[in-house]
Design a protein around this ligand. Sequence first.
Ligand code: FNR
Length: 191
Amino acid sequence: MTAPVDMNTLKVLGISGSLRKNSYNSAALLAARELAQDGMAIDIFDLSEIPIFNDDLKAKGWPASVSSLRKAVAESDAILIATPEYNYSIPGVLKNAIDWISRPPDQPFNDKPVAMMGASIGNFGTVRAQMQLRQLFVYLNMHPVNKPEVLIARAQDKFDAEGTLIDEPSRKIIRELLESLARWTIRLQID
Ligand code: FNR
């Protein structure tokens, strides 16, 4: 059972761009959930039930999984995305979910603060995928945290066999990202 969330707690929706059971990115989200400061609660949405985008499906009524995802986005104060890098870009799984969320009416990403991080087995820790994700945020009218950049390179060395993030610098920078996201979200709410 999750702990009750009081009115002042920032509700963050975590989305991983990988469906893999032993995904480093899903593991990074779990680490973020554990590292979140008091006053922030991170819920993680599982994208595995989201169908491939097809406008004809929408015309018949939104698929239930998509409605749940859109509702979860709408009800959150901020979004936290953990993305793998596939072929220097974001994975289709993540793009597909974003495409569903982006459709009118009342596209729920509009005006949302968002932070991102990424883990890859390569040397660049998803930097190219994250640059592309930032472009999507412009069209979606989201408000990304710029710093710090969380680029978990050579992820196979940073997580243990159980998927726990054991690399202290990575844990520290995720904590800093969450602090940044909290400050940014509160600034935007005051506006
Ligand atoms: C990869 N991988 C990869 N890594 C990278 O640093 N840059 C890249 O462009 C790619 N491209 C790529 C394409 C495809 C189709 C796959 C399946 C993989 C490797 C990637 O970093 C690695 O599989 C990660 O483990 C994926 O993240 P999860 O699933 O562990 O979260």
